[in-house]
Design a protein around this ligand. Sequence first.
Ligand code: 2AM
Length: 194
Amino acid sequence: MVGLSEYVRVFTAVELDGELRRAIFAEGRELLDGLGKSTSVSEENLHVTLKFVGDVHRDELALLSESVAECATVLRPGHVEVHGAGVFPDYGRPRIVWAGVSDPEGILTAVFERLNEEMTVFGAKREHRRFSPHVTLARVRGRFDGRALEERIHRAGELWFGSLAVDAVTLFMSELERGEAPRYTALGHYGAAP
Ligand code: 2AM
Protein backbone atom coordinates (compact mmCIF):
# COMPACT_ATOMS: atom_id res chain seq x y z
CA MET A 1 0.00 0.00 0.00
CA VAL A 2 1.63 3.24 -1.12
CA GLY A 3 1.40 6.21 1.22
CA LEU A 4 -1.01 4.55 3.60
CA SER A 5 0.50 3.98 6.98
CA GLU A 6 -0.86 1.25 9.19
CA TYR A 7 -0.72 3.65 12.10
CA VAL A 8 -2.56 6.90 12.56
CA ARG A 9 -1.72 9.62 15.02
CA VAL A 10 -4.84 10.63 16.90
CA PHE A 11 -5.94 12.98 19.63
CA THR A 12 -9.16 14.23 21.11
CA ALA A 13 -10.09 17.88 21.31
CA VAL A 14 -12.84 20.43 21.50
CA GLU A 15 -13.27 22.36 18.29
CA LEU A 16 -13.56 26.15 18.16
CA ASP A 17 -15.98 28.04 15.98
CA GLY A 18 -14.66 30.18 13.14
CA GLU A 19 -15.15 33.50 14.89
CA LEU A 20 -13.17 32.40 17.93
CA ARG A 21 -10.42 30.99 15.77
CA ARG A 22 -10.17 34.26 13.85
CA ALA A 23 -9.98 36.33 17.04
CA ILE A 24 -7.41 34.06 18.68
CA PHE A 25 -5.25 33.83 15.58
CA ALA A 26 -5.21 37.60 15.03
CA GLU A 27 -4.24 38.28 18.63
CA GLY A 28 -1.57 35.59 18.52
CA ARG A 29 0.04 37.22 15.51
CA GLU A 30 0.21 40.55 17.30
CA LEU A 31 1.61 39.08 20.48
CA LEU A 32 4.35 37.18 18.69
CA ASP A 33 5.28 39.71 16.05
CA GLY A 34 9.02 40.32 15.96
CA LEU A 35 9.87 38.32 19.09
CA GLY A 36 11.88 35.58 17.43
CA LYS A 37 11.53 32.04 16.21
CA SER A 38 8.17 30.47 16.72
CA THR A 39 5.72 28.51 14.62
CA SER A 40 2.16 29.68 14.91
CA VAL A 41 -0.64 27.17 14.78
CA SER A 42 -2.61 27.92 11.62
CA GLU A 43 -6.02 29.49 12.14
CA GLU A 44 -7.89 26.41 10.97
CA ASN A 45 -5.91 24.16 13.32
CA LEU A 46 -6.64 26.02 16.58
CA HIS A 47 -8.34 23.74 19.13
CA VAL A 48 -8.46 22.78 22.80
CA THR A 49 -6.69 19.46 23.22
CA LEU A 50 -8.34 17.09 25.66
CA LYS A 51 -6.19 14.00 25.40
CA PHE A 52 -3.35 13.22 23.03
CA VAL A 53 -3.39 9.51 22.22
CA GLY A 54 -0.52 8.99 19.75
CA ASP A 55 -0.03 6.35 17.06
CA VAL A 56 -2.79 3.79 16.91
CA HIS A 57 -3.13 0.88 14.49
CA ARG A 58 -5.88 1.44 11.95
CA ASP A 59 -7.51 -1.81 13.02
CA GLU A 60 -8.00 -0.31 16.47
CA LEU A 61 -9.77 2.83 15.29
CA ALA A 62 -13.29 1.43 15.55
CA LEU A 63 -12.72 0.33 19.13
CA LEU A 64 -11.02 3.62 19.95
CA SER A 65 -13.97 5.61 18.57
CA GLU A 66 -16.33 3.56 20.70
CA SER A 67 -14.23 4.29 23.73
CA VAL A 68 -14.12 8.04 23.01
CA ALA A 69 -17.90 7.99 22.54
CA GLU A 70 -18.25 6.27 25.90
CA CYS A 71 -15.99 8.84 27.59
CA ALA A 72 -17.98 11.67 26.00
CA THR A 73 -21.10 10.52 27.81
CA VAL A 74 -19.77 12.28 30.93
CA LEU A 75 -19.79 15.61 29.05
CA ARG A 76 -22.25 18.05 30.51
CA PRO A 77 -22.85 20.53 27.69
CA GLY A 78 -22.02 24.05 28.74
CA HIS A 79 -19.72 26.98 28.14
CA VAL A 80 -16.08 27.69 28.81
CA GLU A 81 -14.37 31.06 28.41
CA VAL A 82 -11.35 31.66 26.24
CA HIS A 83 -9.33 34.52 27.65
CA GLY A 84 -5.85 35.54 28.66
CA ALA A 85 -2.54 34.31 27.33
CA GLY A 86 0.59 32.78 28.75
CA VAL A 87 3.38 30.32 28.11
CA PHE A 88 4.52 26.83 29.15
CA PRO A 89 6.72 26.27 31.08
CA ASP A 90 7.84 29.84 31.92
CA TYR A 91 8.75 33.15 30.31
CA GLY A 92 12.46 32.51 30.86
CA ARG A 93 12.39 29.65 28.35
CA PRO A 94 8.96 29.47 26.78
CA ARG A 95 8.11 26.53 24.55
CA ILE A 96 4.38 26.90 24.07
CA VAL A 97 2.45 30.15 23.82
CA TRP A 98 -1.21 29.67 24.64
CA ALA A 99 -4.58 31.34 25.04
CA GLY A 100 -6.24 30.41 28.32
CA VAL A 101 -9.45 28.44 28.77
CA SER A 102 -11.36 28.72 32.01
CA ASP A 103 -13.64 25.89 32.88
CA PRO A 104 -15.17 26.82 36.24
CA GLU A 105 -17.67 23.97 36.13
CA GLY A 106 -15.01 21.43 35.23
CA ILE A 107 -16.84 20.18 32.17
CA LEU A 108 -13.62 19.68 30.20
CA THR A 109 -11.77 18.27 33.17
CA ALA A 110 -14.43 15.61 33.69
CA VAL A 111 -14.07 14.33 30.13
CA PHE A 112 -10.29 14.64 30.24
CA GLU A 113 -10.18 12.45 33.35
CA ARG A 114 -12.19 9.71 31.65
CA LEU A 115 -10.08 9.91 28.50
CA ASN A 116 -6.88 9.95 30.54
CA GLU A 117 -7.86 6.59 32.00
CA GLU A 118 -9.47 4.94 29.02
CA MET A 119 -6.96 5.95 26.34
CA THR A 120 -4.19 4.01 28.10
CA VAL A 121 -5.80 0.94 26.52
CA PHE A 122 -4.70 2.37 23.15
CA GLY A 123 -1.17 3.13 24.27
CA ALA A 124 -1.64 6.71 25.51
CA LYS A 125 0.45 7.78 28.47
CA ARG A 126 -1.55 8.56 31.57
CA GLU A 127 -0.86 12.18 32.47
CA HIS A 128 -0.32 12.95 36.12
CA ARG A 129 -0.18 16.71 35.76
CA ARG A 130 -3.24 18.75 36.47
CA PHE A 131 -5.22 19.31 33.28
CA SER A 132 -4.73 22.90 32.07
CA PRO A 133 -7.06 23.52 29.16
CA HIS A 134 -5.62 25.94 26.62
CA VAL A 135 -5.41 26.77 22.95
CA THR A 136 -1.84 26.50 21.70
CA LEU A 137 -1.05 29.61 19.65
CA ALA A 138 2.55 28.87 18.78
CA ARG A 139 5.55 26.68 19.50
CA VAL A 140 8.85 28.38 20.16
CA ARG A 141 11.63 27.03 17.95
CA GLY A 142 14.78 28.91 18.79
CA ARG A 143 15.87 32.37 19.86
CA PHE A 144 12.83 34.04 21.26
CA ASP A 145 12.33 36.98 23.59
CA GLY A 146 10.12 35.49 26.31
CA ARG A 147 10.46 38.52 28.57
CA ALA A 148 9.22 40.85 25.85
CA LEU A 149 6.25 38.54 25.39
CA GLU A 150 5.58 38.63 29.12
CA GLU A 151 5.60 42.41 28.97
CA ARG A 152 3.23 42.46 25.99
CA ILE A 153 0.79 40.07 27.64
CA HIS A 154 0.94 42.11 30.81
CA ARG A 155 0.30 45.33 28.93
CA ALA A 156 -2.54 43.81 26.94
CA GLY A 157 -4.46 43.38 30.20
CA GLU A 158 -7.30 40.91 30.15
CA LEU A 159 -7.43 39.50 26.64
CA TRP A 160 -10.91 38.32 25.88
CA PHE A 161 -11.54 35.95 22.99
CA GLY A 162 -15.01 34.67 23.65
CA SER A 163 -17.26 32.07 25.10
CA LEU A 164 -17.13 28.56 23.70
CA ALA A 165 -20.13 26.25 23.67
CA VAL A 166 -18.92 22.73 24.43
CA ASP A 167 -21.22 19.96 23.37
CA ALA A 168 -18.96 17.40 21.75
CA VAL A 169 -15.57 15.78 21.76
CA THR A 170 -13.84 15.43 18.40
CA LEU A 171 -11.51 12.59 17.56
CA PHE A 172 -8.86 13.96 15.20
CA MET A 173 -6.33 12.29 13.00
CA SER A 174 -3.12 14.30 12.68
CA GLU A 175 -0.89 13.89 9.65
CA LEU A 176 2.57 15.34 9.92
CA GLU A 177 4.46 16.35 6.82
CA ARG A 178 7.97 17.73 7.19
CA GLY A 179 8.04 21.50 6.94
CA GLU A 180 4.28 21.80 6.68
CA ALA A 181 1.47 22.48 9.13
CA PRO A 182 -0.03 19.28 10.47
CA ARG A 183 -3.24 18.26 8.75
CA TYR A 184 -6.05 17.52 11.17
CA THR A 185 -9.05 15.50 10.03
CA ALA A 186 -12.08 14.93 12.24
CA LEU A 187 -12.79 11.20 12.40
CA GLY A 188 -15.85 11.59 14.61
CA HIS A 189 -17.81 13.85 16.92
CA TYR A 190 -19.12 12.44 20.16
CA GLY A 191 -21.68 14.25 22.20
CA ALA A 192 -23.12 13.96 25.63
CA ALA A 193 -25.56 11.15 26.27
CA PRO A 194 -29.13 12.26 25.44
P1 2AM B 1 -1.54 21.22 22.80
O1 2AM B 1 -1.07 21.96 21.60
O2 2AM B 1 -2.91 21.59 23.21
O3 2AM B 1 -0.58 21.27 23.93
C1 2AM B 1 -2.28 17.56 18.43
O4 2AM B 1 -1.00 17.19 18.07
C2 2AM B 1 -2.31 18.10 19.83
O5 2AM B 1 -1.94 17.09 20.75
C3 2AM B 1 -1.35 19.24 20.03
O6 2AM B 1 -2.04 20.43 19.79
C4 2AM B 1 -0.86 19.08 21.44
O7 2AM B 1 -1.69 19.74 22.36
C5 2AM B 1 -1.05 17.60 21.71
N1 2AM B 1 0.17 16.83 21.63
C6 2AM B 1 0.96 16.64 20.56
N2 2AM B 1 1.99 15.84 20.86
C7 2AM B 1 1.86 15.50 22.14
C8 2AM B 1 2.61 14.68 23.04
N3 2AM B 1 3.70 14.04 22.64
N4 2AM B 1 2.17 14.57 24.31
C9 2AM B 1 1.07 15.21 24.71
N5 2AM B 1 0.32 16.01 23.93
C10 2AM B 1 0.71 16.14 22.65
